[in-house]
Design a protein around this ligand. Structure first.
Ligand code: HEM
Length: 334
């Protein structure tokens, strides 16, 4: 999935890794530590000691998390640098608002990155903490976490990749392109709603893998049912997004217009607006912020991503410590 982010960032906006050594180092961290981190699947297993669980999930796992945080910063930052180089220099987020949002390769990639990083990262580190896990084990919070990682993250990234791989490998242009442009949003928004509903309903004690999700005649209050409704609505939207993707791709493989011997049609890439950059065609002018904006952008080329990273860290801290508080509430001190 992370490799797909780098690829789609490069194809859709011309982004290049900010620093190849750091990015490769982050992949190395995955290789060394992601296997140890799988201990987070054994957090209530009586066969392994508490010390073993804490070492693997509270120390080794953070080195795999560090790798994700490096990629989670360098990938959008590389898009920011590429967009600013093209002349989209206005303000903190001009590069983001001018990005090719109608290109399903780009929207799927960015949604995947945000859903995986924000939703999956914050819930994952929290649930992976040995002590906190005991109040979340076997509740809907667990599928709430992995549907923002493997589904909103990985599945969506590979859907975005398909919008390039299918026309290139099978030499057929996608049918119903306006629908393809909408598809990543439908799937991404649906799965985010579903996973958030699961996470919050699970926080109120709703069990996972239960034949009777509403726990007939018992414990869950009206708020839990509200979040279960969110699971239902989000699940329907996500399923429609999934169905749209499958139908579009299968119909394209069967009936799509052949592009053999030609370049595949562009889904939409940002134009280069500045003179003087390595991509600039002659005669184009700087926009939003002009030459001064361009100079600031060159000096601080990743300022927008930095602000987003700080927002992420703030949300993470609030969620993490709220969970320690919830754990403390389980043992009232008299
Ligand atoms: C439209 C898309 C999807 C919807 C609406 C959906 C919905 C659900 C629901 C309602 C559950 C059961 C929750 C529970 O009571 O424990 C579930 C479980 C699960 N889902 Fe999904 N899901 C979707 C896509 C996916 C995808 C693409 C993957 C894998 C990449 C996936 C992996 C899983 C796994 C591993 C489980 C847990 C099964 C178990 O507890 O044994 N889901 N999903």
């Amino acid at each position: 999935m992370v490799s797909v982010w780098y690829l789609l960032g490069a194809i859709t906006t011309g982004a290049k890794p900010l620093n190849e050594t750091v990015c490769r180092g982050a992949f190395l961290l995955y290789i060394f530590f992601i296997n140890l981190a799988s201990a987070h699947h054994l957090l209530v297993d009586p066969g392994v000691s508490a010390g073993w669980k804490m070492w693997n999930t509270s120390y080794a796992m953070y080195l795999a998390v560090l790798a994700s945080m490096i990629h989670g910063f360098t990938v959008p930052a590389s898009v920011e640098v590429a967009m600013r180089e093209k002349g989209y220099v206005s303000g903190l987020f001009g590069w983001l608002t001018s990005a090719p949002w109608r290109n399903p390769g780009f929207s799927a990639f960015i949604l995947s990155l945000v859903i995986f990083g924000f939703g999956g990262g914050i819930t994952g580190v929290t649930l992976g903490t040995t002590q906190i896990n005991i109040i979340a084990h076997n509740t809907l919070r667990i599928p709430g976490h992995f549907h923002v990682t493997v589904v909103g993250g990985t599945t969506l990234a590979f859907m975005g990749l398909a919008y390039y791989v299918v026309p290139l490998l099978f030499q057929r242009e996608y049918l119903f392109k306006p629908l393809a442009r909408l598809q990543p949003y439908l799937f991404g928004i649906g799965i985010t709603m579903m996973a958030m509903g699961m996470s919050f309903a699970g926080s109120m004690g709703v069990a996972r893998r239960s034949w009777d999700i509403a726990a007939t005649g018992s414990v869950y209050g009206p708020t839990a049912h509200l979040f279960l409704a969110m699971v239902g609505i989000g699940g329907v939207l996500a399923f429609l997004g999934l169905l749209t993707f499958i139908l579009l791709t299968v119909l394209t493989l069967l009936f799509g217009r052949s592009n053999a011997g030609q370049k595949m049609e562009d889904w939409g890439s940002p134009r280069t607006l500045v003179t003087g950059s390595s991509h600039a065609p002659s005669g184009v002018v700087p926009v939003g912020g002009g030459a001064a904006g361009l100079a600031v952008a060159r000096e601080h080329p990743t300022q927008g991503t930095l602000v987003l990273a700080l927002v992420f860290l703030g949300c993470f801290a609030v969620y993490y410590f709220a969970n320690w508080k919830a754990l403390a509430d389980v043992w009232p001190v008299r």
